[in-house]
Design a protein around this ligand. Structure first.
Ligand SMILES: Nc1ncnc2c1ncn2[C@@H]1O[C@H](COP(=O)(O)OP(=O)(O)O)[C@@H](O)[C@H]1O
Ligand SMILES: [Mg+2]
Length: 260
């Protein structure tokens, strides 16, 4: 296994009108190729900031940060899926899925083939020619996810991608996401405020402290795969949840106290 992402003592200080604000106090983490790593932490602790920086959309103000690139130079480094449906309303579902491939200059014939394959994997073939406002929220988010995967990124970064969905759609898409991940074995960094989701999906859960955000603990999740919704009722799952929640609850409490 090779290390894909490494952060050592990384910090992010924003300069604002009121002065300096430390959003990330210390991010130290290491993610291996093919790992599914989830980050949990209270609201405002710097999760999105961390993901944005790893995506290359911002920068750390201190520390060592390294993303190792693979062999293929044509592969995009990473793709981000955000909570809001970041799909283009003026493009059909198929054209949305093919977007990244189009940007990379892949011919219409090939990109349409690839996009159709991905639509089929998530049962959306029938909706290929629909526009985003003609499909449900859950469908839109699946389109956003397969759009990222169709582009074959080295690393998939996801910031609460299912946060806006109802509980049932969420469960279904979580299972679907695990299936897709099992087929592609991408390196995934996944931010969520749901501890259950983090344990269900991840090989590892990283816990972030209340502001200024630090990665305070790393929990390897050894629950066997393939996982299904029933996994959430097992003793292993509930024990893991209690163990992490004990620490997470303290941070959520601190974060709420900070805001008063
Ligand atoms: N561009 C910015 N300038 C100043 N402060 C920011 C900026 N972006 C985020 N922050 C602050 O950094 C902290 C962490 O934000 P964020 O990473 O969005 O947290 P999370 O995703 O964990 O809820 C918050 O207090 C937020 O207000
Ligand atoms: Mg966020």
């Amino acid at each position: 296994m090779s290390v894909k992402i490494r952060c050592q003592g990384c910090q992010k200080v924003y300069r604002t009108a009121e002065g300096e604000f430390t959003a990330i106090g210390d991010a130290t983490l290491q993610i291996e190729e093919g790992q599914f790593v989830c980050i949990v932490g209270p609201s405002g602790c710097g999760k999105s900031t961390l993901l944005k920086i790893i995506a290359g959309l911002d920068y750390f103000t201190a520390g060592e940060f390294d993303v190792r690139h693979g062999e293929s130079r044509d592969q995009p480094i990473n793709n981000v899926v955000f909570q809001e449906y970041a799909i283009f309303p003026w493009r059909t579902v198929l054209e949305n899925v093919a977007f990244g491939l189009e940007m990379r200059g892949i011919s219409k014939k090939i990109r349409t083939e690839i996009a159709r394959e991905w639509l089929q994997k998530v049962g959306l073939s029938k909706f290929a020619n629909y526009f985003p406002d003609q499909i449900s929220g859950g469908m839109k988010q699946r389109v956003a996810i397969i759009r990222a995967l169709a582009n074959d990124p080295e690393i998939l970064l996801m910031d609460e991608p299912l946060g806006a969905l109802d509980a049932q759609s969420r469960l279904l898409i979580q299972e679907e996401l695990l299936k897709l991940w099992d087929e592609t074995k991408k390196t995934v960094l996944y931010v969520t405020h749901s501890l259950d989701e983090a344990i269900f999906l991840g090989d590892e859960v990283l816990l972030m402290s209340a502001n200024p955000g630090r990665i305070i603990k790393r929990y390897p999740i050894t629950i066997e795969r393939p996982r299904s919704i029933n996994t959430m009722n097992t003793g292993d799952f509930t024990r893991t949840r209690s163990e992490i929640w004990e620490k997470l609850a303290v941070e959520v409490g601190r974060s709420m106290a900070n805001q008063q």
